[in-house]
Design a protein around this ligand. Sequence first.
Ligand SMILES: Nc1ncnc2c1ncn2[C@@H]1O[C@H](COP(=O)(O)OP(=O)(O)OP(=O)(O)O)[C@@H](O)[C@H]1O
Ligand SMILES: [Mg+2]
Length: 296
Amino acid sequence: MEKIVLETDLEGVDLLFRGKVRDIYDLGDKLLIVVTDRVSAFDLILPTGIPYKGKLLNQMSAYWFNFTEDIIPNHMITTDIEEFPEPLGEYSELLRGRSMLVRKADRIDVESVVRGYVSGSAWEEYQLNGSICGITLPLGLVESEKLSEPIFTPAIKASTGHDVNVSEEKIVELIGKDLTEEMKEKSIRIYEKAFKKAESKGILIADSKFEFGMFEGELILIDELLTPDSSRFWSIKDYLPGVSQKSFDKQFIRDYLKNIKWNREPPAPALPADIVQGTTQKYLEAYERIADGKLL
Ligand SMILES: Nc1ncnc2c1ncn2[C@@H]1O[C@H](COP(=O)(O)OP(=O)(O)OP(=O)(O)O)[C@@H](O)[C@H]1O
Ligand SMILES: [Mg+2]
């Protein structure tokens, strides 16, 4: 049986912080990103882990970092635990498959979002004022409709933890014109290249969030890349404009939580075994389709 990892505690290594899904350790000039099997729904972490989720997400990011290297360099050093520095050798079993050694960059505090479809906060904004992040869109779009071309819809992290959509001009004010242009151009190219690849495997990447940092004077891609946690994945087979789409990976969980009429207040409920198994299957399927390969 695959061991589920809900939280890591590497003694003798500095925990920088825990996100909803990842535990980040500080190794001086490098970071160790450990992807756990935690899953969140409606912004809360559930008490139940999803077997293989951490490994799949870590390896999916690694796949995409290699795939987009011709567009922009990234923070990945290795996912091979044999190459990790001491004292990590001691934790090999725990870290295998689910962790990535990365270059520590100066993070740019912008969520660089690219959207090919109108969904989520973009759909909400569009209904209110016909535009997204200051970009005026054609009249009469329906929910989940494909845009004529992908658009750059940046956001900044608010202190409450929720991201706030802003205009490109706002980003220019924050980080300058050149950097904004470079981030936008790279983000759209990454999205387009990945979109084609996933589309050929029956998955639509409706939108995705990229993070960037500066490393040795150069703009690099950091964080996770094109995983279902940072992107909307939809099944092409089920795609139907005009309504909200099913989430490729989390739909079983969302449906279950709706069925039991959870009020979305903490504590989040545990998941039954069949929902967990179904969700693992979806993550496996996403990975196998996209990376055409098996899990390490
Ligand atoms: N190479 C890197 N150099 C510096 N910071 C990085 C690097 N890679 C990722 N980060 C930062 O590490 C953090 C990872 O946190 P993580 O995404 O797990 O949690 P979060 O963003 O707080 O919450 P959420 O779980 O909702 O995403 C992010 O702030 C990200 O910007
Ligand atoms: Mg994050």
